[in-house]
Design a protein around this ligand. Structure first.
Ligand SMILES: [Zn+2]
Length: 263
């Protein structure tokens, strides 16, 4: 099992981060992708540091989250480029980036501008993108389509319906990532997405410390809980869990060009 999306750089892990990482290893999580964006520019530095300390087990992505779009400027862009160039061995993607019209912490026009800048960054360094899109489906799809010849990526914590999911796959070749939301009682739309999307196009993630799956809802989420996402996907697909793990893990490894560590 791989946790393809988590935020171990969140301060909620400051007091017991190593224990959380050990628990993930013990529970059979073979690889973790830690998302750098969402905590200002500094969140990227912390994400890289955590990946460095756990080389070969944790990889990092970097970027500017739509919530932080208003903080972006030329200086930040220069720093991001330098960061990528100096850490090519552990940075495996740009993310999470995209649009969030639910909170609108940054002006939508600014969000779109920064989103495009992040996509140029991904193209310049030939890295996949991890997309956050909330209540912005049409604009996200349109902007990604502007550069579809060169982009590859994943729709993180996908919240759209089955038709939207299939459109991302068929027209953009993007993967669809399923979080612990799929274990919630009211997750009918996400269950339909899992049913409709072939296993070859699915990812699993925790988005920890957020979106804790059942039966741990209400607790802080952590990478070891990704097991419940895999289990739920297997149940919906009526497939055995080993098959689901093998296929999803190879999807994730393919996109991020990572290899599962031998343990
Ligand atoms: Zn996230």
């Amino acid at each position: 099992m791989i946790d393809s999306h988590c935020h171990l750089n969140d301060e909620r892990f400051d007091s017991d981060r190593d224990e959380v990482i050990n628990r993930a290893r013990e529970k059979g999580v073979s690889l973790i992708i830690n998302i750098g964006s969402g905590y200002g520019f500094e969140g990227n530095l912390k994400s890289i540091q955590i990946a460095r300390e756990n080389a070969g087990y944790i990889y990092a992505t970097v970027g500017i989250h739509p919530h932080d779009a208003k903080l972006f400027n030329n200086d930040i862009e220069r720093k991001l480029r330098k960061l990528i160039e100096e850490n090519r061995d552990i940075i495996v993607g740009i993310g999470e980036i995209g649009l969030d019209y639910h909170y609108n912490f940054s002006d939508p026009v600014v969000q779109q501008e920064v989103f495009r800048k992040m996509l140029y960054l991904a193209r310049d360094y030939d890295l996949p993108v991890v997309i956050h899109s909330r209540e912005a489906g049409d604009d996200t799809f349109r902007i990604l389509g502007e550069g579809k010849n060169n982009l590859r990526g994943v729709m993180h914590c996908f919240s759209g319906d089955r038709d939207e999911a299939l459109r991302y796959i068929e027209e953009l070749g993007f993967y669809i990532s399923i979080s612990g939301v799929v274990t919630f009682k009211n997750a009918l739309k996400t269950v339909e997405v899992v049913k409709a999307v072939p296993l070859e196009w699915l990812f699993a993630e925790t988005d920890s410390p957020y979106l804790t799956p059942a039966p741990y809802r209400g607790k802080r989420n952590e990478p070891s809980f990704v097991e419940y996402v895999y289990r739920k996907i297997a149940e919906i697909k009526e497939e055995n869990i080993e098959n689901v793990e093998r296929i999803i893990d190879s999807n994730i490894n393919r996109l991020f060009s990572t290899l599962t560590s031998p343990e």
